[in-house]
Ligand binder design. Structure first.
Ligand code: ATR
Length: 264
């Protein structure tokens, strides 16, 4: 469920797995206006759906509507997937898992433990990214245009808030840079950031995936940093959801990546 939802790549992703594993199921996009969200959610449970993913603008409303949520979802304050079971609605946030796994896939030997991470942005996606990094033992600094949002995020999840204007200086000695802002996305302004101070050994991740190769990632690769694109997080956040609904642990493969990208 999203609003709008027509652009979502998730139906292509889940339907690929359903087909691959021979499971008789379907994953459909459901455009639901915010004012109808909670009644639509209850109806899906009554209609016999196994569960549902929620995306913008429903992630906080879904958190409030779920009968039960796990601790990670409570810390993040938003959920992206729900499971219907015995008349109850269980909510989870699998974005943090998806981000962690996307780093693991792109840089298997990199470890967040003791790493210094700089996260740009303080929206819903940033909350999941910061929670994932803190849980793996990273020291996280969050720089956001609106500083009060970075402060609210770090107060509830962990890490330190910094001024947006300081973002280039924060990169000195960093092991990871993550862009969770909309900057660099098709139709938005570019991310204005000088990578000069960033060690060449650092990973650079962008959660934007339209375009897949953002200017940030192109520049990172050019100077020798390992770049992690935003499609990985999308693909990996879907794994625990598919497993919960359909009882099978799905695999993220190069073939899946190509199939999902062809849907754009
Ligand atoms: P999501 O929940 O998907 O992460 P969001 O809550 O709208 O989306 O967050 C978007 C992020 O992009 C925010 O960190 C936002 O900064 P503000 O909190 O100051 O709004 C950031 N962002 C959007 N436009 C920006 C711009 N022109 N310059 C800097 N940051 C921007």
């Amino acid at each position: 469920m999203g609003f709008p939802v027509a652009h979502s790549l998730s139906p292509r992703l889940h339907n690929f797995w359903l087909d691959r594993y021979g499971i008789d199921g379907a994953y459909v996009p459901l455009p639901v206006a915010p004012e109808h969200f909670s009644s639509a959610l209850r109806s899906l449970a009554q209609l016999g759906f196994a569960g549902v993913n929620v995306t913008v603008p429903h992630k906080e409303a879904a958190f409030a509507a779920a009968d039960e949520t796990d601790d990670l979802a409570k810390r993040i304050g938003a959920i992206n997937m729900l499971t219907f079971k015995d008349g109850r609605i269980f909510g989870r946030n699998t974005d943090a898992f998806g981000f962690r796994e996307s780093l693991r896939e792109a840089a298997p030997s990199w470890s967040a433990k003791g790493a210094k991470a700089v996260v740009l942005g303080a929206g819903g996606a940033a909350r999941a990214v910061v929670a994932a990094l803190i849980d793996e033992g990273a020291a996280v600094t969050v720089a956001n245009r609106t500083r009060s949002r970075a402060e609210a995020l770090t107060a509830s999840i962990g890490g330190m808030a910094a001024d947006w204007d300081n973002r280039a200086r924060l990169l000195a000695g960093a092991d990871l840079l993550v862009n969770t802002t909309v900057l660099g996305m098709e139709g938005k302004d570019a991310l204005d950031l000088d990578l000069g101070a960033l060690p060449k050994s650092a990973l650079v991740a962008d959660i934007v995936y339209v375009p897949l190769e953002t200017k940030l990632l192109v520049e990172a690769r050019r100077r020798g940093n390992t770049a992690v694109d935003g499609l990985g997080m999308l693909l990996h956040q879907a794994r625990p959801a598919f497993a919960a609904w359909f009882g099978r642990e799905p695999e993220v493969t190069a073939e899946l990546r190509r199939h999902v990208l062809a849907g754009r």
